[in-house]
Design a protein around this ligand. Structure first.
Ligand SMILES: [Fe+2]
Ligand SMILES: [Fe+2]
Length: 148
C-alpha cells in the first residue's frame, strides 16, 4: 500500500469516526433509559478520541484531515434512511453494532497492512475500543429483547 492509499484509508476511518460521534451524541439525547443514554454519550467521547488519533495519523503523513461525503449509507444500506429520525433503543443498538462491526473489520484489515509501529498500535487501540462497544451494545440488546 502506498502513502496515498494509506492516507485514503485513514480518511475513511476519520470520517466514519466523526459520523459516530455525531450519531451517538444525538442518540444519547433521545434515549429515555439513562444507562443507555449515559453509555452512548461516553462512547461518543471515545469515538472523538478516535477522530483525533486518525487526524494525527493523517497529519503525520503530511496530509490534512478531510471529512469525506456520506460514509454511513454504504455501511448501513437500507437502514441509513432511518437514522435521521428518532429511533427506539433496540434499533439504536442494532445500528451501533453494524457500524462497530464494520469499523472492526476494516481496522483488522488495515492492521495487517501497515508497517509503521505507531500507526499499528493506534489501529489496535481503536479496534479494541470498538470491540468493547460492540460487546456492550450486544449485551444491552439481549437484555432489552428479554424484557419485551
Ligand atoms: Fe471508533
Ligand atoms: Fe466504537
Amino acid at each position: 500500500m502506498n502513502k496515498k492509499q494509506l492516507v485514503g484509508k485513514l480518511h475513511w476511518f476519520y470520517s466514519l469516526e466523526l459520523e459516530q460521534v455525531d450519531l451517538y451524541t444525538a442518540q444519547a439525547k433521545q434515549m429515555e433509559d439513562i444507562y443507555l443514554a449515559k453509555t452512548l454519550a461516553r462512547i461518543a467521547v471515545i469515538e472523538q478520541q478516535h477522530v483525533d488519533n486518525m487526524a494525527a495519523a493523517i497529519r503525520r503523513l503530511d496530509a490534512e484531515p478531510t471529512r469525506l461525503g456520506d460514509v454511513l449509507a454504504p455501511v448501513l444500506g437500507k437502514a441509513s434512511g432511518v437514522i435521521s429520525g428518532v429511533l427506539g433503543p433496540k434499533t439504536v443498538l442494532k445500528v451501533g453494532i453494524t457500524l462497530e462491526e464494520k469499523a472492526m473489520k476494516d481496522y483488522k484489515d488495515l492492521i495487517l497492512r501497515v508497517g509503521d509501529e505507531h500507526l499499528f498500535n493506534t489501529l489496535w487501540d481503536n479496534l479494541i475500543d470498538e470491540d468493547l462497544h460492540t460487546a456492550w451494545f450486544a449485551n444491552k440488546l439481549k437484555e432489552l429483547e428479554a424484557i419485551n
